[in-house]
Design a protein around this ligand. Sequence first.
Ligand code: CAA
Length: 261
Amino acid sequence: MTEYETILVSRPSQAPRVALITLNRPKALNALNRQLMLELVGAVTELDRDPDVGAVVITGSERAFAAGADIREMQPQGFPGVYVDDLFREWDRLADVRIPLVAAVAGHALGGGCELAMLCDILLAADNATFGQPEIRLGVIPGIGGSQRLTRAVGKAKAMDLVLTGRTMGVEEAERSGLVSRIVPLADLLDEALKTAATIAGYSSPVVSMAKEAVNRSYETTLAEGIRFERRVFHSIFATADQKEGMAAFVEKRAADFTHS
Ligand code: CAA
């Protein structure tokens, strides 16, 4: 496995076919610097190609999932540099992976931290989690998709409130608003995330990826086009061994044994 400095990658024994990525810049509250971005995106891309991994959990520390993009790193930069480098473009690659990403969020999920959580497919939040897009306080706006994904998740009224005031929202408000999939007691967060990921990883990987693709399509197209897309994908799944196995197992009253094919 590749060696990393700003993240830890492990394969927890209690969660078959699941990889765990822990953001590991505790002194900077997991601020997302360039190295962390490249390492995290590289690790997820590698895991996306690993046939032995069916889901990935991304987590931080109890104090901070991530307190945003690294402000110290951004501070000296000017327009030509960030434009030519297309600062943050690598993050877009996380939106393209087929493997499901489960965010296990405790503590601060601010700015880029909130945006990273929103790049994941399922967002489990501990009861101490807080969310916000405070970039306006720094004289900038969200830069890793926050103005778009937050608005789609919570609607214009709440997104404007958060993006324009820079205020932080607590976990109950985040769940009520549709940003968070589930609230979990802090002590159970990682176990619950690993269990959720293991459940997903136990299903047919190609079918899981198609389900993820179909849900994501709803963000990008009309209802009629989205339903046509779903129908085509649904029909194509009947060409998989796992559809045969899943339905045979139900009829034969036994557990399905998916082969991811
Ligand atoms: N970038 C760089 N360093 C950061 C950081 C960040 N986003 N967030 C925290 N840190 C560092 C602090 O500088 C501090 O380092 P030192 O000990 O060396 O001084 C350390 O982490 C601990 O932070 P605090 O002492 O501030 O801890 P706190 O508990 O008092 O406050 C906090 C916690 C409210 C999260 C506060 O750290 C904070 O407001 N952080 C910045 C949040 C923010 O503005 N995020 C948006 C960043 S911009 C962005 O993300 C753009 C985008 O869309 C991509």
